[in-house]
Design a protein around this ligand. Structure first.
Ligand code: NAP
Length: 272
């Protein structure tokens, strides 16, 4: 199995690549320094010369707030970049797996979003990621679109909270945004399962089971690691940010994913 992994240096890529190693698969871990996915000519020149069996496309413009001020850049990476990579998949006649986001939904539902529910992103990031999904679907039938949410892994939110607990004894966190915190390792395992099992092409929702607010998630991190930090619950309106966030973004996910508290316990069992 020869795989191209775009976005390999990111949060999810850092979790996935060692697992691909364990499978004994050949993979090329790419990031923006190796080639810029928005540079159509460069992508074609490099990718047309190589042999491959599968593309895992993780690269993305992921700063939700900065995307509001840089929509051209967000669309360039998330739409044009994805179009370039999707066309390579089509040309080589290989499957492509694209990781997308809960931000393609508006968060007005009160029950978990199903893969075929109507999308209606409310921020530039979500709109540009949805545009990427559409490019994939337009380019090829051999696609997996895997939507996930609130990812944490090495160097991400959970690690930042543990570091924070060494320096401060109080933190304010929003409690009126509901979602499913999801460990990168669980998503990586799911990606490998999809490839190994030749799952049917289509859109998949892959998050931890259950849901919580950012405030309760943060409290749970400190509780598990016995850190004495007061989490003060605030509303989104107390902490205005450039990008709107979906209020309720729980995805109707595969039921074999661990419940979010269980996944967090597992992740934290390896952390000091
Ligand atoms: N993090 C989350 O909570 C979350 C939730 C749902 C979905 N997702 C999606 O999951 C995917 C992975 O997320 P992540 O958190 O791992 O992202 P991340 O940590 O922000 O990493 C982004 C990756 O994309 C690469 N990249 C950015 N612009 C590029 C360009 N023009 N050309 C080539 N590579 C480029 C970066 O390379 P450099 O290191 O060289 O900059 C990096 O490897 C993204 O598509 C994201 O939209 C993330």
């Amino acid at each position: 199995m020869r795989i191209i992994v775009t976005g390999a240096s990111g949060l999810l890529g850092k979790s996935l690549c060692p697992m691909l190693d364990k499978e004994g698969w050949q993979y090329w871990a790419c990031n923006s320094k190796i080639f810029d996915i928005t540079n159509t000519k460069m992508v074609n020149e490099i990718m047309n010369k190589i042999d491959l069996d599968f593309i895992i496309h993780l690269a993305g413009y992921t700063n939700i707030d900065q995307a509001e001020d840089n929509p051209d850049l967000a669309y360039s990476v998330n739409q044009l970049g994805t179009k370039n990579i999707a066309r390579i998949a089509k040309k080589h006649n290989v499957p492509i797996l694209y990781v997308s986001t809960d931000n393609v939904f508006d968060g007005t539902k009160t029950t978990p979003y199903k893969p075929n529910d109507a999308t209606n992103p409310i921020n530039v990031y979500g709109k540009s990621k949805l545009a990427g999904e559409k490019e994939i679907i337009k380019a090829t039938k051999k696609y997996y679109i895997l939507r996930t949410s609130w990812l944490y892994g090495t160097g991400g939110y959970v690690d930042a909270m543990l570091t924070f607990s060494n320096f401060r004894k109080e933190i304010s966190v929003v409690d009126d945004q509901i979602g499913s915190p999801t460990c990168c390792d669980d998503v990586s395992r799911k990606i490998i399962e999809i490839i190994k099992d030749n799952k049917p092409y289509g859109i998949y929702h892959v998050t931890s089971g259950g849901s919580t607010s950012w405030a309760d998630f943060t409290k749970k991190i400190f509780e598990i690691k016995k850190r004495k930090v007061d989490v003060v619950s605030i509303n989104k309106s107390d902490f205005p940010r450039p990008a709107k966030r979906p209020k309720y973004c729980v995805l109707d996910s595969d039921n074999k994913m661990p419940y979010w508290e269980e996944a967090l316990n597992t992740y934290l069992s390896n952390k000091n």
